[in-house]
Design a protein around this ligand. Sequence first.
Ligand code: SF4
Length: 416
Amino acid sequence: MDSKTISPVRNRRVNVRTPDVMERVQAEVAEHYRSEVVDKLRAREDGLTIGKTTVRLTKQFGFCYGVERAIDLAYAARDVFTDNDIYLIGEIIHNQEVNRQLADMGVCPLPGDSAVDEIEKLGPDDVVIVPAFGADTPTMNKIKERGCHVIDTTCGDVMSVWKRVRKYAKDGRTSIIHGKSSHEETRATASRAEGKDGKGNYLVILTLEDCDYVCDYVRGSKKDKADFLQRFDGGCSQGFDPDVHLFRIGVANQTTMLKSETEEMQRRLATAIRERDEAAGDSGGDNFQVFDTICGATQERQDALFEMLEDQPDLLLVVGGYNSSNTAHLVEIGEKELPTFFIREAKCLKSLEEVLHFDLHQREEVTSYSQVLLGDEPVVVGITAGASCPNNLIEDTILKVFQLRGIDEQTVRSAS
Ligand code: SF4
């Protein structure tokens, strides 16, 4: 990629969703990611039992509407811009397999952390795909400045959060964002929380401990500004002053957080603000607002897992990219109840006993041993997958479970 001369600034968002393009693209997407076994199993409430092995899928799993749309648009960009260089900001979604497919199709990833520097080198003939999580405003401004063609796949649910935090900024409220400060979506949301004039403020909190720390500060029971700023370094707006900017707040969240945790944070923050205001004799204040921005797809997948756990399987496999937030929350739900493994692909099931999986607590891939699949007793394996996991990876996992239990692929295909 050479540095290119640019023409004056233009907004060059391109609509590639024409019926003929979409027809071609959807056939290609289906070929890459569809699975007949998964489609059939989805329709079977009681799962698939062969011999003494049963595999059950949750009612909702895998690709969400936002991810499907983002992938369709990325494939459509390749279909329409056959002679142009196409770049992708970071990853289209958090799934290695999908990102690898796009790279094979000649879509070149720009490192998310330094996308602005890389975009500086692009010109008007280049195409930039914005991923489903969106991109922060400096990155979007730079693309516009370079006059590139833009294929924006940002999910509508993410844009709803932006609308909310922009409104908070306009009203002079600080956005408290429940999310991970390094996550692409949260970075994009935080940049919108600065408002159109850039004067808005935000604070990103990830854990209930973070939330309690903020609540204590709000109540005045623990006030150490230097410690506060050190704790939230990189997760708050420039010039953030907790003594000023925690007075009037609005809460939003990354769309893929654990719903129960987000609700608990909302309750704790609301209580802290109310108690502070009552103590100051201001009980009618309007210093707290909340807007639940967990997306429908995330919630459906969490609810479906809770439903499966009412009739608990012996083992749960959660399939998805290790950096996928919504997938990690499915693992959190599962591991409270039963042996649960977060795997990125079928190959992680090394044998009946040995599983390579991502440990959320150690934050690394580890090997663990489980006795659940061993022996001759009937076994029920539950499978779910995050919103960025394609069905072909889920199919591989189903086939691998049966294969390890001595049941070959052909038998599974005919039985499903
Ligand atoms: S997980 Fe939710 S916010 Fe993210 S792409 Fe899917 S529908 Fe959109």
